[in-house]
Design a protein around this ligand. Sequence first.
Ligand code: PMP
Length: 435
Amino acid sequence: MTSTDEMLSARRRVIGRNVSIGYRRPVHLVRGAMQYLFDQDGRRYLDGYNNVPHVGHCHPRVVDAAERQMRALNTNTRYLHESLARYAARLTATLPEPLRVCYLVSSGSEANELALRLARAHTRRRDLIVLDAAYHGNTTTLIDISPYKFNGPGGAGRPSWVHVVPVPDVYRGTHKKYDPQAGAKYAAAVARSLDEMRADGAAPCGFIAESCPSVAGQIMLPPGYLAAVYGHVREAGGVCIADEVQTACGRLGTHFYGFEQQDVVPDIVVLGKPIGNGHPIGAVVTTAEIAASFDNGMEFFSTFGGNTVSCAIGLAVLDVLEDERLQAHAQRVGAHLLARLRSLTDQSPLIGDVRGRGLMIGVELVRDRQTKERATTERDRVVSEMFKRGVLILGAGPNALRFAPPLVITKPQADIVTDVFEQALGAIGQGQLRT
Ligand code: PMP
C-alpha cells in the first residue's frame, strides 16, 4: 500500500464518509506558497481556483502577523484589546454608509446564521427569499435556505418559510444576456414571490443572495437585478442580505465587493473565506438601526469571533490587499484570463459560455451549443486532465468550471492556466490541439 492509500484508509476510519475529498486519486499536499501548492513528492500545482488563500497561500506577512500575535496573546472579545476595534473599523471602512456596525465570528456559516438572526430581530418575521441553487452554509437553518442542499442528495426539501426564485442566469435562464431588461425581468420573480406571500397572509423577513452565485455555476448577475430586487423587498418591509463570502476583497477587480457592481447598498453584508486568507474568520456588517433591534437584552458572544490572533490576521490581509494593490491586479489579470478563455470558444465545441469579472470566472461546458445539454462528465474529465498537467481547477454547478485563483496569480500564469485548459480539451477529444 502506498502512503496515500494508507492516509486515505486512516481518514476513512475516523472521518465521516460524506466529508468529501477531491480527485479520484486524492492529493496529499504538504506546502503552499502564494499561487502554488506542493504535494508530498515535491510536485508543484498552480492553484487556479482556491479563493480562500486570497492574497496567496501562506503569505509571509499574514503568517508573521499570526505568529507574532500567537506568541503574545490569544483571547476573546470579553477583554479590551486594541486590535478588535481597529480591525472592525478597517473592515467596515471598506463598506459604504450606513454599514457601520460589525460582528466578528469564525466562519461564513456562523456569519450567515447571525445575519439571519439580525434580519429576524429587526423585522420580527421569518419568511426569506433565496435564489435557486444557492448555498449559504452548513448549519441546520442554512441548509434550510440553501436549495443546492435541500433539493440535493439527502435533502429534505424546501421549508414553507423559504421562497425560491430563479437564478438570474442570462445564459441558460428565461431572459438572456442580449436583453437589456433581463435584470428587471428576473427581479419581477421576487415581486411575484412577495405577492404570493401577501396572498397567504405572510410577510418577508428579507432576501439573501450571493453577489455572484458561485455553486450555481459562477453566475454573473445582469445589470439592474439587485437594485430592482432590493426595491421590491424593502417596499414589503424586508431586509436585503448580501452573501459576499466568495466575492469580497477586490476579487471582482472593479470593486471591493460584488454588490457594488450592482449599484446597491445591502442592509446586511456577510463576509468569510478571503478576509482571513485561510484562517477562520467570518464577519457581519450592518446598519446601526438593525444592530439596535438585535441588541434586545440577549448577549451575543462567539468564543473565537474577533479573537486577538484573528484580528491580527484580518488586519494583515487588508494591509497586503492595499500595499500590493491586489484589486487592480485582479482586474488586469482577470480581464486577460477572461479574454484568453473566450478566445478558446472557437477551438472547442464544448465551451458554451465564458463569463466573469476580475478573478471570478466561470466556463460552462455543453455537448451542444443549441440545446445547451450539460457536459458534466466532460467537465469532470477536464478537471482531471488539468490536474495531471499541474493546474488545479474546480467544478462549479453541474457543468461549469470555476477559475478563482489567489489574487496574486500573474498574467503569464493565467496563460499557463489557459494553455493547460486547451490541452485538457484536446486530451478528451474536444479541442483542435493535440497534447
Ligand atoms: N456562503 C457562501 C456563498 C459560501 O460559498 C460558503 C462556503 N462555501 C458559505 C457561505 C459557508 O462558509 P463556511 O464554509 O466558512 O462556513
